[in-house]
Design a protein around this ligand. Structure first.
Ligand code: GDP
Ligand code: IMO
Ligand code: MG
Length: 426
């Protein structure tokens, strides 16, 4: 059976968790393929809200094996807390499997993330301060500790002592901070976390391929989004992994031939949390209205999200970068009360019109969005469950976005609840 990728097409928080949960009903394996607990994926079932950070969004279905893939960076303390909280709410997490090749977030990663942000001052990236960037940096530098190292105390200790020598020098000499103790870290990681994580550690590549070989449905759940991608996003205002669909291959251990469906999740408008360019950003009352109606505050960090109009230039780029087969549009209901809605169809800079994303970021920073204005519908869509339930201007809006992006829109979200969506095909 082929695999399906769920990928964010904007700057995150598009509703990947809700869509993954929706699709997971028919899946056997759901894999998170990158990122860490910088993610916050919300699922609302029967009025009950679940905010997941590391555990894949298929976990609510007893038939699904949730997998944390090798491409993820894992803070064991956060993972165990998330597991405990879900179990306390009656969600059985015993099927969860964690790749032994996933890298560990260590205490120095988190500390260095926060210190680097402070050092950057007003040039800060606005990271989640969860240690994500420093953990991926150590992975690339080949000094990272992996989940499988938890199972071998001697190796863990050797690697830790080696790396801690350098980290403590940086902490002391660059940041004037106290050194971290190898004993204290080993005690926590090897005595507290390792025994609880050990039963979950597995060869997740084998799990995924056994499922594919058996004709089962595999879902690959992205975190963050296309424009936070380390290679393709608005660098340096990006995360340190590859959320794009290609990242699903490396982060889960599958070749591209297995992936036949790539669903890009897009909000019917746009948000961003943290620093970086945002051509269609709305400040003032309109921006506030979207924040309030869309409850645009970070799932885990509580930070207020920046808001703006839908950007079809970015959507077209997301189609290219991910080979999207379709878009799932979310939060249409947030626009319910608007008299009119704007969509950015192209940019202009120095007399040049850009239909596609300018490769040079200085152009993006200075580009003027060119808008098309569409009529609003001023009607409640939150109860819609079929195309016929959507007011004609809402249908026209969705169709226009699909036509501007160049791929069909098969699902439209009209509320946070699991059942609040309209299926348009696919
Ligand atoms: P993710 O990181 O992509 O999984 O998205 P988040 O969970 O961080 O943010 C999306 C927010 O929008 C969550 O609070 C969801 O419950 C909510 N949401 C998802 N789809 C819809 C929708 O169609 N309408 C509304 N009003 N809220 C939605
Ligand atoms: P989900 O999966 C929105 C943003 C941060 C910051 C930048 C780098 O819920 O969509 P990092 O801590 O990753 O080094 O921060 O990326 N960011 C997100 N924004 N949704 C997310 O995840 C994000 N994960 C990271 O705000 O701008
Ligand atoms: Mg989120």
């Amino acid at each position: 059976m082929p695999a399906t990728v769920v990928v964010g097409t904007q700057w995150g928080d598009e509703g990947k968790g809700k869509l993954t949960d929706l699709l997971a009903e028919r899946a056997q394996v759901v894999v998170r393929y990158q990122g860490g607990h910088n993610a916050g994926h919300t699922i609302v079932v029967a009025g009950e809200s679940f905010a997941l950070q590391l555990i894949p969004s298929g976990v609510l279905y007893p038939s699904v094996v949730p997998v944390i893939g090798n491409g993820v960076v894992v803070d064991p303390q956060v993972l165990l807390a998330e597991l405990g909280a879900l179990e306390d709410r009656g969600v059985d997490c015993s099927r969860l499997r964690v790749s032994g090749s996933a890298h560990l977030i260590m205490p120095y990663h988190q500390e260095l993330d926060a210190l680097a942000e402070r050092r950057l001052g007003r040039n800060k990236l606005g990271t989640t301060k969860r240690g994500i960037g420093p953990a991926y940096a150590d992975k690339a530098s080949r000094i990272g500790l992996r989940v499988q190292d938890l199972l071998d105390p001697k190796i863990f200790r050797q690697k830790l002592e080696l790396v801690l020598k350098e980290k403590n020098q940086v902490l002391a000499k660059v940041y004037n901070r106290l050194p971290l103790s190898a004993d204290e870290i080993s005690e926590r990681y090897l005595r507290q976390y390792a025994p609880r994580l050990a039963p979950l550690v597995a060869d997740t590549v084998a799990i995924v391929h056994d499922a594919l070989d058996a004709g089962q449905e595999v879902l690959l759940e992205g975190a963050q989004a296309t424009f936070l991608d380390l290679d393709h996003g608005t660098y340096p205002f990006v995360t340190s992994s590859n959320p794009v669909a290609g990242g699903a291959c490396t982060g889960a251990g599958v070749g591209p031939r297995h992936i036949t469906r790539v669903i890009g999740v897009a909000k019917a408008y746009l948000t961003r949390v943290g620093s970086g360019p945002f051509p269609t950003e709305l400040t003032g009352a309109l921006g506030d209205e979207l924040v309030e109606r869309g409850h645009e505050y970070g799932t885990n960090t509580g930070r207020r999200r920046r808001t703006g109009w839908f950007d079809a230039v970015m959507a077209r780029q997301a189609v290219r970068l991910n080979s999207l087969t379709e878009i799932a549009l979310t939060k249409l209901d947030v626009l319910d009360e608007r008299e009119s809605i704007r969509v950015c169809v192209a940019y202009e800079h120095d007399g040049v019109r850009y239909e596609h994303l300018p490769y040079h970021q200085s152009v993006l920073h200075q580009a003027t969005p060119l808008y098309e204005e569409l009529p609003g519908w001023q009607a409640d869509t939150t109860g819609a469950s079929s195309l016929a339930d959507l007011p004609p201007p809402a249908r026209a809006y969705v169709e226009r976005l699909a036509s501007l992006a160049g791929v069909p829109i098969h699902l439209v979200g009209v509320g946070p609840g699991r059942e609040q969506f309209v299926r348009l095909g696919g």
